[in-house]
Write a protein that binds this ligand. Structure first.
Ligand code: C5P
Length: 219
């Protein structure tokens, strides 16, 4: 069973994808974390997010992997656990520029398809239903107003003790959505056969239950 969950930034994809995967003992694959890990290393090495060739070489040099631990899933860059580091503002601000290049995406998509082959998976991202797994059994496209998405991220940041500015978050989310939607290669777009769920006034459990019932119907 392959479940694709796509949608714009901060729409709650990873939260519900993790819950769905846990509930069904499926493997959760956070494709955004892969682009983030590459971006982190590019920033460390001073590779410009517009330097496609440099990024493409870097993608071939590093190993990005997931480890499934008791507390959830961690992303590794070579042998380093970068689960926290990939959430830094710096990485968030540059990841969409890194992810727009064809050769970068070709490399990541090949890895994502490989990961999906070996298990029942819930994969979240921007292009899973349209490009990475076009034959997915269930495709969901999560949306919410930009105000709601920024508010949620703001609350989450404050709870984690991270400094947060609501207006800045709104601008960052809009900017990322724009780059993701306008890129040439596998842009952020709803697949024709995806079910759209507007999460603006729904709880995490409501959304999780809707997806679980879509999976049940597909079995
Ligand atoms: O999901 P998350 O917000 O962590 O993704 C970070 C960024 O990675 C996105 O804004 C997008 O630019 C890129 N991304 C992508 N394709 C995916 C997943 C993420 O281009 N499948």
């Amino acid at each position: 069973m392959k479940v694709a969950i796509d949608g714009p930034a901060a729409a709650g994809k990873s939260t519900v994808a993790k819950k769905v995967a846990n509930q069904l003992s499926y493997v959760y694959i956070d494709t955004g974390a892969m682009y983030r890990a590459l971006t982190l290393q590019a920033l460390r090495e001073g590779i410009d997010p517009n330097d496609e060739q440099g990024l493409s070489h870097l993608a071939k040099r590093v190993t990005i992997s997931f480890k499934y631990q008791e507390h959830g899933q961690d992303v590794f860059l070579n042998d380093e656990n970068v689960s926290q580091a990939v959430r830094q503002t710096d990485v968030t601000n540059h990841v969409s520029d890194v992810a727009k290049h064809k050769s970068v995406r070709d490399h990541m998509v090949a890895m994502q398809r490989e990961l999906a082959e070996v298990a029942n998976v819930v994969m979240d991202g921007r292009d899973i239903g349209t490009y990475v797994l076009p034959q997915a059994d269930v495709k969901v496209f999560l949306i919410a107003s930009v105000e709601e998405r920024a508010e949620r991220r703001h609350t989450e940041n404050l709870q984690k003790g991270i400094e947060s500015d609501l207006e800045e978050l709104k601008r960052d989310i809009e900017r990322r959505d724009q780059i993701d939607s306008e890129r040439e290669m596998a842009p952020l777009i709803q697949a024709d056969d995806a079910i759209e769920i507007d999460t603006t006034s729904l709880s995490i459990d409501d959304v999780t239950n809707q997806i679980l019932s879509l999976i049940q119907q597909a079995q």
